[in-house]
Design a protein around this ligand. Structure first.
Ligand code: ATP
Ligand code: MG
Length: 332
């Protein structure tokens, strides 16, 4: 089976609807046709300040939500990144073949560092894409399913793999990004021009997977729309309604056209009520499963430990090969 790698940062207590539609739903599909590695990338999360106790809890919660959403930890390898030291080790090696200018051109770094200012921006945030390259290359990954926001990082990963291979000899498999379709990109309900994001300043436009149904209902009913009153898709002119239509379509598997037809002649209120049913219906069982898993953290930690072992075996072998190639003396 082709190797697949993807991950999410434990940067919030709950994942959101964008993570669910843009990543988890696709991962669930792909895990039966791929040898999949899904990581909770805590090393990435500390590139911005985290409270230590909260980070630990968010890491568990993120793992629980992967499983609750349908990732099977006995079919896929679901583990915590810091449990596999090879990630940090290979990242160091890749740092040394990454150009300073090359890393400076990464738009996610430019965006995040601009918001923070140079002194609040860590070298870790700068090196984030190199760590991501290490994540992917350690597993001889061929397929990397990510949202459009990660396209440039996967491009860098390919460049680094090819550079390493040509400088030191064939070592890494050059991976391919599987860019999830534009319709899988979900926007903030209060600010439908920017993507729904765990680290957004305000949570009022974010549908969290673990929100109580009543909170979800309120957020959807208050979602920003327009004054035109027609339920139709127009990303430019009607970003709010278009986003809600995308969500409706992604969760039901129905076409946008059929949803537009259903709500023809009806108001936004009716449409939003319909969407509340869809989202709450989807998340109620997911939320319950996540809460059940979190009620027994010892069992969850055991699952993660077994999976980290499986991940380590593959990662250690690749790291050893890379160390050999760059000329590190093998420990006798
Ligand atoms: P952060 O704000 O901390 O970066 P995030 O919400 O962007 O958090 P990530 O952990 O960076 O989440 O990304 C996890 C996965 O979810 C990635 O595959 C990413 O492409 C996808 N993703 C994130 N936000 C969205 C969104 N709004 N719509 C669709 N997919 C998304
Ligand atoms: Mg992100």
């Amino acid at each position: 089976l082709p190797r697949l790698y993807s991950g999410m940062q434990p940067s919030a207590d709950s994942l959101h609807l964008g993570n669910y539609i843009g990543a988890l739903l696709q991962w669930k599909e792909l895990q039966s046709t791929h040898d999949a590695f899904f990581s909770v990338v805590d090393l990435h999360a500390i590139t911005v300040q985290q409270d230590p106790a909260e980070l630990r809890e968010k890491t568990r919660r993120t793992a629980a939500q992967y499983i609750a959403a349908g990732i099977d930890p006995s079919a896929s390898t679901l583990y915590v990144q810091s449990h596999v030291p090879a990630h940090a080790q290979l990242a160091w090696v890749l740092n040394t073949i990454t150009g300073f200018g090359e890393a400076s051109r990464m738009t996610q770094f430019k965006d995040k560092s601009q918001k923070q200012g140079a002194d609040a921006t860590s070298v870790g945030l700068f090196a984030y894409p190199v760590l991501m390259a290490a994540d992917i290359l350690l597993y001889d990954t061929t397929v990397v399913p990510v949202g459009d926001d990660q396209r440039q990082h996967v491009e860098l990963t390919r460049d680094l793999a090819e550079r390493f291979n040509s400088r030191f000899g064939e070592t890494f498999v050059v991976p391919q990004a599987m860019i999830l379709k534009e319709s899988a990109r979900i926007y903030d309900l209060q600010n439908p021009e920017s993507k729904m994001s765990k680290s957004a300043e305000s949570g009022s436009g974010i549908i969290w997977m673990l929100d109580e149904p009543d909170v979800t209902r309120k957020k959807i009913m208050r979602a920003v729309t327009d004054t035109d009153g027609v339920v139709s898709f127009d990303r430019e002119g009607k970003p709010g309604i278009s986003n809600l239509l995308s969500i409706y379509s992604a969760l039901t598997g129905r076409s946008i056209e059929s949803i537009e037809l259903e709500y023809e002649g009806k108001g936004y209120g009716d449409f939003k009520k319909g969407l509340v049913e869809v989202v709450v219906g989807e998340f109620t069982p997911v939320r319950q499963r996540a809460l059940d898993l979190l009620a027994d953290p010892g069992e969850l930690d055991r699952i993660l430990a077994v999976n980290a072992e499986r991940a380590s075996e593959v990662a250690e072998a690749t790291l050893a090969k890379a160390y050999e190639r760059v000329g590190f003396l093998r420990k006798a």
